[in-house]
Design a protein around this ligand. Structure first.
Ligand code: NI
Length: 188
């Protein structure tokens, strides 16, 4: 569901990332009918710009206030994730999880919509995903490790979930400050 003024995003505006408490983050997002729609293409451009400028490694359309099944995986080393693998930003429209490994990995996540908090979250080590790209081409892709984690985190946003919902214990939550101190200490 989108608001009327939300139906025509200005391509050069710098959108605000919604934070936890905004109801759109808790909605199940709607499939995209028309990938070539100008509105959809502008929204994709906004997602790509925002994930880069906000030092994210992924973002989903609901985080900009649009309850649509679009997400971006854009792993690269940055201030918030210094050890992230470098990849071309990938736009996934109407993604479907086809298969996932039984093996789960527990590791740290943050979220542009949950500023200041990190949490340890169990995720499948490997995922196989069908999706449509921004040109309407269908793809089937396998991702592992950190990139598979990004996919699962962003796909949760399309179901109205955030990573906090998957944290197993309060002891697995840290402030951003404490997380960064721990990460630096771990590097020795
Ligand atoms: Ni997130």
């Amino acid at each position: 569901m989108t608001t009327p003024e939300a139906s025509s995003p200005a391509p050069n505006s710098s959108p605000r990332v919604l934070t936890l408490g905004h109801p759109v983050l808790r909605q199940v997002a709607q499939p995209v009918d028309s990938v070539r729609d100008e509105f959809v293409q502008q929204l994709i451009d906004q997602l790509l710009t925002t994930v880069r400028t906000a030092n994210g490694v992924g973002i989903a359309a609901p985080q900009l206030g649009y309850s649509l099944r679009i997400l971006v995986i854009a792993s690269r080393p940055n201030l918030r994730y210094p050890h992230a693998p470098l990849m071309e930003p990938t736009v996934l429209i109407n993604p479907q999880l086809v298969a996932a490994s039984d093996e789960l990995e527990l590791s740290w996540e943050g979220c542009l919509s949950v500023p200041g908090v990190r949490g340890q979250v169990p995720r499948h080590q490997t995922v196989e995903v069908d999706y449509c790209d921004r040109h309407g081409q269908l793809h089937r892709q396998i991702w592992q490790g950190f990139v598979a984690r990004i996919f699962q985190h962003e796909a949760d946003h399309l179901e109205g979930k955030v990573f906090l919902d998957r944290v197993q214990s309060e002891a697995d939550l840290l402030s951003e400050e404490a997380y960064q101190a721990m990460a630096i200490a771990a590097l020795g």
